[in-house]
Design a protein around this ligand. Structure first.
Ligand SMILES: NC(=O)c1ccc[n+]([C@@H]2O[C@H](COP(=O)([O-])OP(=O)(O)OC[C@H]3O[C@@H](n4cnc5c(N)ncnc54)[C@H](OP(=O)(O)O)[C@@H]3O)[C@@H](O)[C@H]2O)c1
Length: 327
């Protein structure tokens, strides 16, 4: 794909927030075989990035997403393993402070992932309430790299001003940022700010990961059918809440999908790809991987993209913002 005079390879990541999350995603360990199938199918079909976090997994399932990926990695041939990037996020809990506060969590994640960890991201910015904590985190990661651990540094839920500051801060230690992930979809809040982050990423050769590209699945709901899928209480509430306000947007997604004989999900994900971003799509079924892999085969045209932009602007009720996202 040609983007700002650069040839950009289309990439899509597998999001694994739901792998272990009962509260929002209704996770059941009896479905772990589905997750293994999801993982295997993704590797077969050219997905080369998996995003997880040490905080993924609720209650007793804390760390479950990383553990499952680690387990699946054990059965993955080394050539395939080399081809994919595993990105985790470490949570800046208030007790993880100083230049060594992330040593233990880092080693724990590395253990759960069976020593395959390519990108370590700060899960959210602490700039609003404890700006020094994230500087400690970055120093901690630089030290770990200097000690010989082989990984790249990433950020998440960061605003443009803080991002620029942290880029400069890291350059003093001769390190750079590999990736930044923020909420980015047709329903993402404050898209103008997200575009500022994206511009900084492009200027600094940083991969821009678009998280929640399907707005937790809302963008996939058929505007003309009443679906009776088994969902968590919170997700049902959320879907009910956004049904009316997103109707027009979903109707346009469906009309483009119909013309192209693809799914609504593919159109929404391709909207991210059109802009040179790397969407992290939450998937937990083989059928979802098969569907989304078709995004590698086609692109939106300019008219379709402009139409989606217009209808997204008109939809006034956007997804909730991550409260920690910095300025
Ligand atoms: N840094 C952060 O703070 C942060 C925050 C949120 C997310 N993330 C990352 O971004 C990833 C993706 O975001 P997300 O999980 O919030 O949600 P998402 O990608 O916007 O939506 C995922 C949901 O959409 C549905 N879906 C997926 N493919 C589909 C298809 N082909 N057809 C129909 N429906 C489909 C599935 O729901 P059903 O399975 O119920 O059908 C799936 O669980 C996360 O897993 C995580 O890795 C990061």
């Amino acid at each position: 794909m040609l983007f700002l005079n650069r040839i950009v390879k289309k990439r899509i990541g597998i999001g694994t927030w739901s792998w272990g999350n009962k509260l929002f995603w209704n996770y059941k360990s009896s479905n772990d075989d589905d997750l293994r199938e999801t993982y295997n199918e993704a590797l077969e079909r050219g997905f080369d990035l998996i995003d997880t976090a040490d905080s993924y997994g609720t209650g007793n399932y804390q760390g479950r997403s990383e553990s499952l990926i680690g387990k699946f990695l054990l059965d993955t041939p080394s050539a395939k393993k080399k081809r994919i990037q595993i990105a985790t996020k470490l949570a800046p809990y208030p007790w993880r402070i100083g230049d060594k506060g992330f040593n233990k969590p880092f080693l724990k994640s590395l253990e759960r992932l069976n020593n395959k960890l390519d990108i370590v991201q700060l899960h959210w910015s602490t700039a609003k309430y404890n700006p020094y904590q994230e500087l400690g985190f970055l120093n901690n990661l630089c030290d770990l790299k200097d000690q010989g651990f082989d990984f790249q540094i990433g950020l998440s839920n960061i605003g443009p001003k803080r991002l620029q500051k942290l880029i400069n801060y890291l350059s003093i230690r001769d390190k750079n940022i590999q990736s930044v992930q923020i909420q980015f979809s047709l329903l993402a809040p404050d898209l103008q700010k997200q575009y500022q982050v994206k511009n900084i990423c492009e200027e600094n050769n940083i991969d821009f990961f678009a998280y929640s590209p399907l707005s937790f699945g809302i963008l996939c709901i058929d505007p003309d059918k009443d679906e009776n899928k088994e969902r968590s209480f919170i997700r049902n509430l959320l879907f009910e809440n956004y049904k009316k306000s997103t109707y027009e947007l979903r109707r346009v997604l469906k009309s483009i999908a119909k013309q192209r004989s693809v799914s609504q999900a593919q159109v929404a994900v391709n909207w991210c790809c059109y802009q040179g971003t790397i969407p992290l799509v939450g998937m937990r079924k083989k059928s979802q991987v098969i569907d989304i892999s078709n995004v590698f085969k086609w692109n939106l045209n300019k008219n379709e993209f402009n139409y989606l932009q217009e209808i997204s602007r008109k939809c006034l009720k956007k997804m909730p913002n991550n409260p920690f996202t910095s300025v």
